[in-house]
Design a binder for this molecule. Structure first.
Ligand code: S3P
Length: 207
């Protein structure tokens, strides 16, 4: 066989991009697990745009998240969040970091299942506490007992986050290691021998 006839090994990234098509990659999970940091780096690797749903919500509302909660309340924020995520998924493929509560809404989960591959960045209570203490801009944690709030939210949310297509442990290792694990998991999920196909029934229902 001449050199010209040898198959060129495709990169993991190229394989993932071609299997994704118009679908996005959506990061879900609690506050402080690193959705934006990991998402931004993953987007660079895959040469996809990175979008942060919280930032998009703030831009469309022209207000910060604490201001939205204070002036309009959580349910107003959640409705806006669901609308923004639906719009962003229609403009895929992107790497999308969602706010910690977004995946709790069933309609948003169905949209993500139809139009994206989801990754739950899962972190322990202690890792989350260490990271969320660094910032005071999360209205849900402005309580007398933030630690207890995180425990309660984890109990409520973990079974739902577990519905994501993939789970990656977010922990105190270099970010690039987590990105590497996400890329490997995406490749196995999308391009492996038993690669999952997009759920046609859900996709057509939402088209
Ligand atoms: C929230 C998480 C925040 C933000 C809002 C509510 C939540 O986003 O959307 O404060 O319900 O967990 P991050 O997960 O990016 O901190």
């Amino acid at each position: 066989m001449s050199d010209a006839a040898l198959p060129i090994p495709a990169s993991l990234e190229a394989d993932i991009l071609s299997a994704l098509g118009a679908r996005s990659i959506v990061l879900v999970g609690m506050m402080g697990v690193g959705k934006s940091t990991i998402g931004r780096r993953m987007a660079l690797r895959l040469k996809l745009p990175f979008v942060d749903a919280d930032t998009e919500i703030e831009t469309s509302a022209q207000m910060s998240i604490p201001e939205i909660f204070e002036r309009h309340g959580e349910s107003y924020f959640r409705d806006g969040e669901a609308r923004v995520i639906a719009r962003l998924l229609d403009g895929g493929p992107v790497v999308l970091a969602t706010g910690g509560g977004a995946f709790m809404r069933e309609e948003t989960r169905a949209r993500i299942a139809a139009k994206a591959v989801s990754i739950w960045l899962r972190a322990d209570h202690d890792v989350i506490m260490r990271r969320v203490r660094r910032r005071a801009d999360r209205p849900l944690l402005q309580t007398a007992d933030p630690e207890g709030t995180v425990t309660r939210l984890l109990t409520e949310r973990e079974p739902i986050y577990g519905k994501a297509d993939l789970t990656i442990a977010s922990r105190d290792v270099p970010h690039d290691r987590i990105v590497e694990e996400c890329i490997a998991a995406l490749h196995a999920h999308l391009c492996g021998e038993h690669a999952a196909q997009p759920p046609a029934d859900v996709a057509s229902a939402l088209r």
